[in-house]
Design a protein around this ligand. Structure first.
Ligand code: KG4
Ligand code: ZN
Length: 347
């Protein structure tokens, strides 16, 4: 079974071919990603109109290249998977219309994948991980703790009530005059900084619900930064280190609460998983690995190229759906908003 995956929901244009490998893992035959970072950098964030145009300019060639690098052709493909949302609607439409056209012309099943679900299923692609597992899904637009019980069976144990973690990293980077996207820049700066220099708040620490709040932390950092103006390079490094340390403490505390809630909705987890762009952060990965170890769980996070947006995760989610007969027809809509997990029943 070979699946073509197409991703255009944000600022990455991506196409990949994935097949079923050994031990319930996937095997990536090709994984082409074209980042638009350069096009958006001058604006300090993703400009939806620029993103949509950039997708339309490269997507057909990128798909051709993904098929070629995988040593296959469209007639040999068993299904066409596409991220149908959530995301910037212009980009989503371009990916979806392209996938529908290919599915129609080549008479292949269409698999409309939720982008967040694709992040959530990535540890099954990379590690063949069995259900159920506890997932921290953290990207630029989303921060959720989810009990992943099966394909299409997700219970949300916590979410952010304001900023997403990646968004907070991006805003802090902007505030400190660092580049976009901010996460990798803040992490790099933090490596040379003192995480104890600024006593930043740890919002939500100790709360019984596994929710996040990050805007107060960001504001506290802004106040410290304004107090120090003009910022020396060591100030920037120390601010980044202090910010990242606060985020790590919050993440570990929220995961602790979610692990407790997990038992009530899904039993015993096979692992603690981190996915989404923020899962690339080394400090967060190390802290979660240590935390998982303490409670006798393994920790799984995708290799760095599969943390950010990519086509392989879309293809894999499509493969999982096709195996279960979850095929879509050509009327399936593009969705800017598309929650993928159900809220947990009130405790
Ligand atoms: O999943 P993703 O590639 O795209 C979305 O669907 O949003 O996530 C991008 C987000 C951005 O906010 C970026 O700053 C953040 O992930 N990110 C990081 C790191 N690398 C990327 N945040 C913290 N540390 C990193 N190393
Ligand atoms: Zn994403």
């Amino acid at each position: 079974m070979k699946i073509l995956g197409i991703e255009t929901t944000c600022d990455e244009t991506a196409a990949a071919v994935v097949t079923l490998g050994d031990e319930e893992r996937g095997r990536i035959l090709s994984n082409e990603v074209l980042s638009q970072i350069a096009e958006h950098a001058a604006y300090g964030g993703v400009v939806p109109e620029i993103a949509a145009r950039a997708h339309v300019e490269v997507l057909d060639r990128l798909i051709a290249r993904a098929l070629q690098r995988a040593g296959t052709t469209l007639p040999e493909i068993d299904g066409i998977a596409v991220a149908a949302g959530p995301g910037l609607i212009g980009g989503v439409l371009i990916g979806l219309v392209t996938a529908k056209t290919l599915a129609l012309v080549a008479r292949k099943p269409l698999l409309a994948v939720n982008h967040l679900e694709a992040h959530a299923l990535t540890p099954r692609l990379t590690d063949g991980l069995a259900f159920p597992y506890l997932l921290l899904l953290a990207s630029g637009g989303h921060t959720q703790l989810v009990a992943v019980k099966g394909v299409g069976d997700y219970v949300r144990l916590g979410t952010t009530i304001d900023d997403a973690i990646g968004e907070a990293f991006d805003k802090v980077a902007k505030l400190l005059g660092l580049g976009y996207p901010g996460g990798p820049e803040v992490e790099r700066q933090a490596q040379n900084g003192n995480p104890e220099r600024f006593a930043l708040p740890r919002p939500m620490l100790g709360r019984r619900q596994a929710d996040f709040s990050l805007s107060g932390l960001k504001t506290a950092l802004r106040i410290e930064a304004e107090r120090l103006e003009p910022l020396a390079s060591q100030d920037v490094a120390d601010l980044c280190a202090s910010f990242q340390a606060a985020v790590v403490d919050v993440v570990v505390d929220r995961v602790r609460v979610a692990l407790r809630a997990f038992a009530g909705v899904a039993g015993h987890p096979t692992a603690l998983v981190a996915a989404g762009g923020v899962a690339a952060n080394g400090a967060i990965r190390r802290a979660l690995a240590a935390q998982a170890g303490e409670v006798g769980l393994s920790f799984v996070a995708p290799p760095l190229p599969l943390c950010g947006d990519n086509g392989a995760m879309i293809a894999w989610a499509g493969l999982e759906r096709l195996r279960l007969g979850l095929v879509d027809d050509l009327t399936v809509p593009a969705r800017a908003r598309w929650p993928f997990a159900e809220a947990a029943p009130a405790a």
